[in-house]
Write a protein that binds this ligand. Sequence first.
Ligand code: UD1
Length: 368
Amino acid sequence: MKNILIDIIAGARPNFMKIAPIMRAFSAQKLCPHNIELRLIHTGQHYDSTMSGDFFQQLDIPTPQVNLGVGSGSQAAQTAAIMVGYEQVLMQKRPHMCIVVGDVNSTMACAIAAKKSNCLVSHVEAGIRSGDISMPEEINRIVTDSITDYFFTTSKTASDNLIKFGANPNAVFLVGNTMIDTLLQNLARLRPPVFWNEHELKQRNYFVLTLHRPDNVDQEEKLHALIQQISTVLKDHICIFPVHPRTAKTLARFDVPSNIIVTCPLPYLEFTYLLKHSEGVITDSGGITEEATFLKIPCITMRESTERPETVTVGSNELVGTNFHLLENALLRIISGNWKKSTVPPYWDGNAAVRIVDVLCKEVFAVA
Ligand code: UD1
């Protein structure tokens, strides 16, 4: 029996929901012929308690063995700081494999550092593509997948993208969605946010809004116009807007209409409760389109493209970009109860992390 060290990388808010079930599945597995040691590396890309610590506590994620503490910075500065910091960790003790999740800067930076140290790289949520290379996440996806050894995908489309891209089909595994694993594991624990009674929120009497893409939130005029449009169409419907720190900087420069209720970023259990009981969600996040699809909550995405097409083709999501007429039309269809019927994509059943760990233990570490 050998000792196999595996690094798991987490850096930014959407990563935490993805690593939690993988860590749990590793702890529960009994298949691996070797002793597996997990080393959790937090890059520190997100650092506020509302963006990081609350998620560790609520999702019962162990304290990271290493926190690189890189913080914020430009795309290049943040990516470089993560690479330099993680390389030092790799030089002290090199793992057998590095598992990266999602498409944030931490994902790409750690994949590069690990591969250049001759570690195996596994990418969870591999193969998704928006086709919009102007988004930093699309670059992160392409670069990460180009040096990944084992690809774990959420959909057949993502697996097909990888094979078209030249990946070895024997290294591509359609396992489902670890974000949905976390959602299912926590459904019974969801709880209303502290302001639930204060704003007289009831099931289906409010919308949820989240915006954080640089393209939507970095320019004051654009963000102001988007919020005015949403407020105008919603009229007497209220909309809860938990604000990402990036968005908060721009939002501080103008008044928000009274039917849009601004709050801090919410912890996982409270945000998901809010989403689950809402009339609909307006967002530019990718993860929320998956959660809304699973919960069958009407979802309007303020982007021109998506890397998660199944949320549109079978799920509850619709893309409106920033076109006012499309947005108005979509909101009015939700309000009048005329949203499309949706289903949940295959394998989004709560077992993605167990499948990932099964593959690694049976097909990878068994021969290590
Ligand atoms: C990052 C990811 C994005 C993901 C999002 C989820 C990349 C390129 N982008 O975007 O894919 O959807 O996380 O939130 O990796 N800030 C704080 N406190 C924090 C974190 C950030 O105040 O804990 C502020 C900083 O001013 C920072 C800004 O938010 O400059 C943006 O943070 P950053 O990590 O650069 O990117 P996100 O926009 O959060």
